[in-house]
Design a protein around this ligand. Structure first.
Ligand code: SF4
Length: 66
């Protein structure tokens, strides 16, 4: 089973914590809008994506089965 990243943009406050952990996945643009560059959880990014889930102060990031 594969897993993907979901962000609740209603909760996200664009503080960039996730981007600081893994900028290959999370990117804040010049308007402070968060973009998920890839929503696939891979062996390469899984550890840092899970760390982002843990550290997001708004608990806005989730990993879901797809
Ligand atoms: S860490 Fe959470 S609140 Fe901060 S930008 Fe990322 S998703 Fe949004």
């Amino acid at each position: 089973m594969t897993q993907k990243i979901e962000v609740d943009f209603g909760l996200c406050e664009s503080n960039g914590v996730c981007m600081g952990i893994i900028p290959e996945v999370f990117d804040l643009d010049d308007d402070d809008y968060l973009h998920v560059l890839t929503d696939h959880v891979t062996p390469d990014n899984e550890q840092q994506v899970r760390e982002s889930v843990r550290q997001c102060p708004r608990q806005a990031i989730a990993i879901v089965d797809e």
